[in-house]
Design a protein. Structure first.
Length: 256
């Protein structure tokens, strides 16, 4: 597990930046998974948003636009917004942890907890209590019925957020790469549809009920599974061994 925080200090030169959380210090670093999951194309970090994605055997849960308490306002008196990213290797245990965190985010239960763990001070104008942040990522007992594969979109409303939280409480997420959940203020229905997301909610969608999106309207994310990934690695290893044997035989033949 690796956790990243996006925030800023109060001074003008303490602007927003991503940091990897370490017990003794913050390390300025943008999550490398952002190069493979184009989060900037579907959300605005200063707005309340959420992304759950799987890519190359890694999970990403990104929660953005979490308001900090008033005393952390910047040099212009503007409210500071925190964002947090959890990156985990792909496993059933880690899926359950991220589903639990996503449920809390959908219910607006993370903002206060994260704000309490970030205090004024330090080289960058704020300090993070690593233990308090890590305590949030505790796996809770949730059901894991097979996911419904149909992709659905709807308005970013309290009603649909609650319905999505209930679905995550009872069902697994699809075994595939790409965007799994997007909660955004930024994108219209057409853009979310083309992203191939499994569940998408947007302020720019008017439909108050879930709408199933046909596959012909989507750029479908590539399917994957833990067993498939394991099989792919085995196939790659066998192919490399075969090539090595052929090259060895050629070298022996040439030597003769």
């Amino acid at each position: 597990m690796t956790i990243y925080i996006l925030s800023r200090g109060q001074k003008e030169d303490q602007d927003y930046s991503w940091f990897k959380i370490r017990k003794e210090s913050l390390i300025r670093e943008t999550p490398p998974i952002f190069k493979r999951v184009p989060v900037e194309t579907v959300i605005e970090h200063q707005k309340p948003s959420m992304i759950l994605a799987r890519q190359d055997s890694e999970f990403l849960l990104l929660v953005t636009g979490l308001k900090a308490r008033e005393e952390r306002a910047d040099f212009m008196g503007r409210s500071v917004r925190n964002s947090i990213a959890w990156v985990y290797s792909d496993s059933e245990e880690h899926e359950n942890i991220l589903r639990s965190l996503a449920i809390r985010a959908l219910k607006n239960e993370l903002e206060l907890e994260i704000d309490k763990a970030i205090n004024i001070g330090g080289e960058y104008g704020f300090k993070v209590e690593q233990d308090a942040i890590e305590q949030l990522a505790i796996s809770k007992i949730i059901a894991s019925k097979p996911a419904e594969n149909a992709c659905k979109l709807g308005k970013n409303s309290a009603k649909l957020r609650q319905e999505l939280a209930k679905e995550l409480q009872n069902y697994s997420i699809p075994l595939r790469d790409g965007f799994l959940i997007i909660i955004t203020t930024l994108k219209a229905k057409s853009a979310l549809s083309m992203s191939g997301v499994w569940r998408g909610l947007s302020d720019r969608i008017e439909n108050e009920e879930w709408e199933i999106i046909s596959k012909t309207n989507q750029l479908i994310a590539s399917p994957t599974s833990r067993s498939v990934l394991s099989s792919q690695k085995k196939t790659t290893t066998q192919a490399a061994l075969t090539i090595a044997i052929i090259l060895a035989l050629i070298m022996i033949y040439l030597a003769i």
